[in-house]
Design a protein around this ligand. Structure first.
Ligand SMILES: Cc1cc2nc3c(=O)[nH]c(=O)nc-3n(C[C@H](O)[C@H](O)[C@H](O)COP(=O)(O)OP(=O)(O)OC[C@H]3O[C@@H](n4cnc5c(N)ncnc54)[C@H](O)[C@@H]3O)c2cc1C
Ligand code: SF4
Length: 479
């Protein structure tokens, strides 16, 4: 078998991998991208959750931690999670993040990130989200927060001439979201990059301290590419798994320090119909203070996901669903500490060993309470946190009962779309998995470039910072 030869092989085509492919191809390097998911034609995307979940989400959207308490959503398609994300562009608060990263052994220059954010914002048409495109639950959220003296407002987004259909989490069939599938991937191809989709069982090939290529199974056949440099960008969880499956464990450090920006939905009912499904799902946030431990963002979900987070059982659930037009929604998310680990089970299955701490759960409960207060101040008549038991609050004072009503993690319907860590960045050659140059310890030409390198949680939606770090990393890979 003669293998094709490239300057760079990139494993994974999401926010990290697609930026890497484009940035390297535009420098004139030959690039191949090896992606496990399928390449989709956006014009065929359906406005139907039952069709799109298995088509675009890893494990059909059912990926969970080993204890089953946290659902972790990730994309599994060319373009990765950018295809299913909400296109919210939120620069991390660098006053919050950079000192924490430095304390954890990873000093990253502010100017590097700021330059990268600015470049990406031009490329991806980032602009303030127009108020007329926001979902109709946004006004009560912002007004309620402001009535309580909180700083709230619309977020920035990466869309162009969006028609606000509200189906971003299932792929944009109108190509209005500037996801990697319609930006970096075709831009890289225009510069000669090759994108190989449906590549299973990717393994990094190594000789001594060098990666020599990637082996994978495509359409039932074992294939190989040779590469001068290999970049792993299979996302948090995925990248640790690829390294471990390739026999690269670095004395147990690969997979250590997994963390998530995780939380719970809160649904609020209003006396008159809002029709929050009409408009962009995620639009606004309450700006957190520097030391604050949670972030509040409004959101509205299509009926399938809504039915999972509105709570209630049988007739009660049915009656809530009948009032779909009357609700607004928001979420509280906390940045967890890097206490988790990604491991391979005895049968080679990928395990996410991670649980939220008692403190993190308490912060989530405080956030639920804060959202309840915001919605009541915005005119809500009922507040329904995403719990498994039947819990609803009709008055602000009742929110104090939350701790008693849901004491444990299995009382709350916890989720995250922002997994991070597992291949932590650390300047010390004996600690972490990658150095400040994204190079895997002990290797000359193997890199990781995605959310798995974040040493400490960035307390924000991740795509902007994953892309910015990836653009920064491309400088080192190109060298
Ligand atoms: C539903 C949802 C909504 C979100 N909304 C927002 C938002 O509005 N704003 C925001 O900032 N962030 C959002 N995010 C998060 C953001 O999209 C991610 O943080 C970001 O895409 C992560 O980039 P990544 O490169 O680390 O991983 P991903 O983008 O997930 O890419 C990883 C890629 O690697 C592939 N892969 C995995 N394993 C292998 C393997 N073994 N071999 C080959 N390929 C592999 C995957 O299929 C995938 O394509 C959202 C995420 C989700 C799931
Ligand atoms: S809301 Fe806008 S970006 Fe999202 S799927 Fe609809 S048209 Fe596309």
């Amino acid at each position: 078998m003669s293998a094709a030869r490239y300057d760079v092989a990139v494993i994974g085509s999401g926010a990290g991998g697609a930026v890497q492919a484009y940035a390297l191809a535009r420098r004139g390097l030959s690039v191949v991208v090896i992606e496990r998911g399928k390449r989709e034609d956006p014009t065929t995307f359906a406005h139907d959750e039952a069709v799109q979940f298995p088509r675009l989400y890893k494990h059909g959207g059912l990926q969970t931690t080993v204890d089953r308490n946290l659902v972790i959503a990730q994309g599994a398609t060319v373009g990765g999670s950018t295809v299913i994300n909400n296109a919210i562009w939120l620069r991390a608060d660098l006053d919050y993040v950079l000192p924490r990263w430095e304390q954890a052994g990873a000093r990253v220059e502010r100017s590097d990130l700021e330059t990268a954010y600015a470049t990406l914002e031009k490329w991806l048409h980032v602009e303030p989200l127009p108020p007329r495109r926001a979902n109709h639950g946004t006004d009560p959220f912002i007004n309620g927060a402001r009535a309580l003296g909180l700083e709230a407002g619309l977020l920035d987004h990466n869309r162009n001439t969006c028609i606000a259909c509200g189906w971003c989490n299932y792929g944009c069939k109108y190509n209005r979201k500037t996801s990697a599938l319609v930006t970096f991937i075709p831009w890289a191809e225009q510069r000669g990059a090759r994108i190989l989709d449906r590549c299973l069982e990717a393994r990094i090939l190594t000789r001594g301290d060098r990666a020599t290529g990637v082996r994978f199974v495509r359409e039932g056949r074992v294939e190989e590419v040779e590469a001068e440099r290999v970049v792993v960008a299979a996302g948090a969880i995925g990248s640790s798994a690829v390294l471990l499956q390739s026999g690269i464990a670095l004395d147990g450090r690969v997979g250590e320090g997994f963390h998530a920006f995780a939380g719970v939905h809160v649904t609020a009912e209003f006396a008159d119909p809002l029709d929050s499904f009409d408009g962009i799902g995620l639009c606004a946030y309450v700006k957190p203070g520097l030391s604050e431990e949670y972030v509040l963002e409004n959101y509205f979900s299509p009926p399938g996901v809504f039915s999972l987070v509105v709570g209630g059982w049988f007739t009660d659930h049915f009656e809530r669903m009948l009032r779909y037009r009357y609700f607004a929604q928001a979420g509280v998310q906390v940045p967890t500490v890097p206490s988790g680990r990604i491991r391979l089970g005895r049968k080679g299955d990928v395990q996410i060993r991670f649980s939220l701490s008692a403190h993190e759960l308490e912060v989530i409960r405080q956030g639920i309470k804060a959202l309840g207060e915001i919605f009541f101040a915005g005119g809500a008549i009922r507040v329904l946190p995403a719990t498994y038991g039947r819990i609803e609050f009709a008055r602000r004072e009742e929110l104090d009962l939350l701790g008693k009503l849901c004491p444990g993690p299995d009382d709350l319907s916890l989720g995250s779309a922002h997994p991070q860590g597992g291949n932590l960045m650390h300047a010390d050659p004996r600690r972490g998995v990658v150095g400040l140059d994204h190079k895997v310890k002990g290797f000359q030409n193997l890199f990781v470039s995605d959310s798995s390198v974040f040493p400490v949680n960035i307390r924000a939606n991740c795509q902007a910072t994953v892309m910015a770090m990836s653009l920064r990393a491309s400088e080192y890979v190109a060298r």
